[in-house]
Write a protein that binds this ligand. Structure first.
Ligand code: ZN
Length: 149
């Protein structure tokens, strides 16, 4: 009887579970000339999760022309990029465990791709967010706005 009740409860829980979480996919390219392909990315507020793919469409190796995609509040992105430089290549040019990093991919070289997956709820609609590459010397040219609406 008890087992039956447990099974029923499990079934009820399955039925009342809301529709699968909505994942929104974004994509951006980076090249050997310190350029991202987009200066703005828009995340619809209706997304539950965001999956960002970064494609390095250049040819240079990661130690010379590595790129990543790091998301932070705009107010802190320059400081974060400076601290990332000090963190070094072994840490993907990001300070380990830094709370200013809202989302980040790994570093990739030419011909490689990488992804970041994060909850949309980390971001406030109308918030001021900047994405950038934390490879030393890149963030000045490689940055853009991320908008939630
Ligand atoms: Zn870069």
């Amino acid at each position: 009887m008890r087992a039956m009740a447990a099974i029923l409860l499990t079934l009820l829980a399955a039925i009342s579970t809301p529709a699968a979480a909505k994942t929104c996919r974004l994509e951006i390219d980076a090249n050997d000339r310190l350029q991202y392909s987009k200066s703005e990315l828009v995340v619809p507020v209706t997304c539950d999760r965001v999956e960002l793919t970064l494609n390095h469409v250049g040819r240079l190796p990661v130690e010379r022309m590595g790129h990543n995609w790091v998301l932070s509040r705009s107010a802190v992105f320059r400081d974060l990029a400076q601290d990332g430089k000090r963190a070094g290549l072994d840490n993907g040019y990001l300070p380990p465990g830094d709370a200013r990093v809202l989302a980040a991919t790994g570093l990739v070289g030419g011909g490689e791709s990488t992804r970041a997956i994060f909850d949309r709820s980390l971001l406030e609609p109308g918030g001021d967010y900047t994405y950038f590459c934390s490879f030393p010397g890149h963030y000045g040219a490689m940055n853009g706005r991320l908008v939630v609406r």
